[in-house]
Each structure stands twice: as C-alpha cells, then as structure tokens.
Design a protein around this ligand. Structure first.
Ligand code: HAM
Length: 417
C-alpha cells in the first residue's frame, strides 16, 4: 500500500514527463503570440464556488468532487476544473478594471472522483484558456484558431472539431419546456438520477451515460431548434467565420457539455475513437453568477494533457525524443576531479548536456556507463590531459576520436550538434 499510488493517479517521469514539458512549452509559446497571460489559481477553493459555478445538478458536483472540511471547519474542494477558479480570480483581483478583454491561460491539475479508465484519471491536467469581456463570435474564433494551431504544432491530425449552440437563458426557457414534456413521455424508462434531474435541470439528462437513457435522448428535442434571434445569429456568424478561416468543423446537435455554465456556443475536439480531448464554449452568465455586480461575457476551453499524450501514441506521432547526453566526461584519478568537474560546469554553461562520474568507477566502467546512457561523445580527463590542456573526444557512434584543446571542447561539440 505504502508504495502504491492512489487509484486514478499517475507518476510523471521519463519520456511522458518530457513530452508533457514539451506540450506545456508549445502551449506557453502559442499563448504568448496571442497575448494570453498565464494565471495560476489555488489547487483548492471554497466548495460553494464549484457548486454555484459548475452547477449543483452536474455529475462533477454531485458525484466527483474531492470535498473535505478543513481544520477551520470550512468546506474546501480540490478544483475539478479550471474555469471557476480563473473567473473567481478575475473578480477578486478586479482584472475587469484593466483594459478589456482579459485573456488568461493556465496549466493546472484537476481532481475528479471518476471511475478510472483509459484516458480518465482522478487527477488529470489541463491546458485551458479563458477569454473574458467579449460577446463577439471572434472570441470563439480566437480560441478555436489557437487550438487548431496547437494541434498542428503537436502533429495531431485525427482530432476533429464539433460545435453546437445551446442558446441563452431566454432560449433555455422554451427549450426546457419542450425537453421536459419529451422526458415526461419517457419517464418510466429513465434512470433514477435522470428522473430526479429532469425537474431541476432537464438539460443535464442529455449527458447521462446510462445506455438506455443515452438511447432515448437521441430523439430528444435539439437546442438549436429553440434558439432566439440573437443566439441564432451568433451561431450563424460563428459558422460563417469558421468557414472563411478554413477551419473544418461539423455541427453536432448532441453536444451540450456536462457543466452548467455554458451559453450559446459549445464545442469539443474529438478523436477517431470518440474520445474528447478538448471541451469548451461560451459562458456569458458565469461571472454574474459568481458576483452579481458584474456582467461580463466569456468563452474558453480545457484541453486534457493526458489525452494529448494518449493521442500522440495512437497517431504514432513522435513528438520528441528525450534529449541525449552530448558528452560524458570521464575522470581518471582523484586529483583530476576538481578540474574535470570545472570543465563539466563550463560545458553545461555553454548549453551542452553533460554527465560525469559520481560513483568513483574505473575508467572502463565509466565508458560502459556512458554507452548505456546513450552519451553521444566521451572524453577522459586525467593528469596528462590537464597538463597538456588537450584531450581526445570520442564520437560514440562512429568511434572516431579528435584531439581538442580543453577550452575548445564546447565550441567543437556545438559545431557538431
Ligand atoms: P471538461 O470537458 O470537463 O471541461 O474538461 C476539459 C478536458 O479535460 C476534457 O476534454 C478532457 O480532455 C480533460 N478531462 C476531463 N476530465 C478528465 C479526467 N477525469 N481524466 C483525464 N482527462 C480529463 C472543463 O473542465 C471546462 N473547464 C473547460 C472550459 C474552460 N470551458 C470553458 N472554459
């Protein structure tokens, strides 16, 4: 037990850790060119933020939150997603007082007590963007464009964009009536949770995972048939902009998203096996729900980092190899240690990846080790090399050796790289 991690969690190391770092680097670099600033919010928040923000009748709030009383008897929840915390921070720090819009990104862990399976964890990581202050469909275009570029940079080709509109509060009234009367006709066939939810929040019945409910909901009324003029125009404008931007997409009227804050646009990026890698949409009422003094439209997405790695594997995309050690500096003799280590330090400062001996191994054993870790080159530093100020660099692939002045080793290797 003590050497076993909790169910649904992962240890990050080796190639996956390196790939995660690269994914995060690509995300950060891209956000920089979009002028989207990084935000880090706490790993936990007051439970009420998620109850209010994500929604009382959602699976996330009802079944999946890691909630506990802290020692001060406050109800605290580990964040199950990034949006509510980012919006809380936007409000608490009065970011709305700065020139608008506000564009924020985060790379965060998220906690959901779900049944772990392939691509589903109890602690996962998301790259997310929240774009606050704009009601224009161009805000959607901004984040969707960023997402398509992100996937291009990752080399992913099998992930497709699906969009839908679930309308605003106004459309929801007429839609909910239609949906409720449909649900009443099928009440006896629905699961207990759906029967309970249909009265409080009928839309949530649409994302029930129970197969019989799922089947029934295929013939449920569609949100896009109940859009008011403004929401219809917004959805039409978005589609027209996407087409003009040559961004391929499909309308999928079944997408409603599992969190309560969405209004108008909802979208998902889904792979060929039906796994959602990224979900997002517009949430024009969330700011107001958290702080009734403010009324600010917003749109955003969350992209699962574990799912990106899974997709890279599925598509056979070699994102990166772990970087190889450029040079192994072997040490011959105790008296050479300090000078050899000074050389190691200088070479690292020049940007090379350098390893050396910390185990007092024999030179033969050091070379065996250098070979094992895949060092591209080796050099042995002993009294002779130090007094001559020169040493032989051996290329481990070809076996070729060249003699180089000790203060030119970096130059020589950087040229060869
Ligand atoms: P979400 O769809 O719940 O949306 O999660 C976003 C993404 O996080 C998913 O598409 C998936 O890739 C990943 N994800 C979610 N749950 C898990 C899990 N248990 N294991 C592994 N990956 C998971 C949100 O969280 C919204 N906050 C997105 C958003 C931002 N909407 C507007 N702004």
């Amino acid at each position: 037990m003590i050497t076993q991690r909790p169910k649904g969690t992962q240890d990050w190391y080796g190639l996956d850790m390196y790939r995660r770092t690269i994914i995060e680097e690509i995300a950060r670099k891209l956000c920089k060119t979009y002028n989207i600033k990084e935000i880090i919010t706490p790993a936990f928040e007051h439970t009420v933020l998620f109850q209010r923000g994500v929604g009382e009748t959602t699976d996330v709030v009802q079944k999946e939150m890691y909630t506990f009383q802290d020692k001060g008897d406050r109800s605290i929840t580990l964040k199950p997603e990034g949006t509510a915390g980012a919006v809380r921070a936007f409000l608490e720090n009065s970011l709305y007082n700065m020139s608008q819009p506000t564009k924020l990104f985060y790379i965060t862990q998220a906690f959901r007590y779900e049944n772990p399976q392939s691509g589903r964890f109890r602690q996962h990581h998301q790259f997310g963007v929240e774009f606050l202050g704009s009601a224009s469909p161009l805000a959607e275009i901004e984040i969707i464009t960023l997402l398509t570029e992100f996937m291009e940079e990752l080399g992913l080709k099998g992930v497709k964009l699906y969009i839908n509109s679930i309308g605003c509060k106004n459309c929801r009234k007429t839609y909910n009536e239609a949906l409720l009367s449909f649900l009443k006709e099928h009440e006896n066939e629905l699961c207990g949770t759906c029967r309970e939810r249909m009265q409080k929040n009928p839309l949530r019945v649409l994302d029930c995972k129970v197969p019989t409910c799922h089947e029934i909901m295929k013939s449920a009324p569609r949100t896009i048939d109940y859009l008011d003029d403004e929401c219809r125009e917004h959805f039409d404008d978005l589609q027209s902009l996407l087409s003009k931007m040559d961004i391929p997409f499909k309308v999928d009227t079944g997408i409603v998203r599992g969190l309560d804050y969405y209004t108008k646009t909802v979208f998902e990026f889904i792979n060929s096996e039906g796994l959602t890698l990224c979900g997002g949409g517009r949430y024009d009422n969330l700011v107001n729900e958290i702080d009734e003094k403010q009324d600010i439209p917003a749109v955003g997405f969350g992209f699962g980092i574990e799912r990106i790695i899974k997709e890279l594997d599925a598509e056979g995309v070699q994102l990166v190899d772990e970087p190889a050690v450029d040079l192994y500096v072997g040490i011959l003799g105790k008296e050479s240690k300090a000078e050899a280590y000074k050389l190691v330090k200088r070479l690292r400062q020049a940007g090379l990846i350098v390893e050396t001996d910390y185990m007092d191994r024999s030179v033969k054993a050091q070379m065996k080790y250098a070979n094992k870790i895949g060092a591209k080159n080796t050099v042995i530093i002993g009294a002779d090399e130090l007094s001559a100020g020169r040493a032989n660099i051996k290329n481990m692939d070809t076996g070729n050796q060249i003699e180089v002045e000790l203060n030119k080793v970096a130059e020589c290797l950087l040229k060869a790289n």
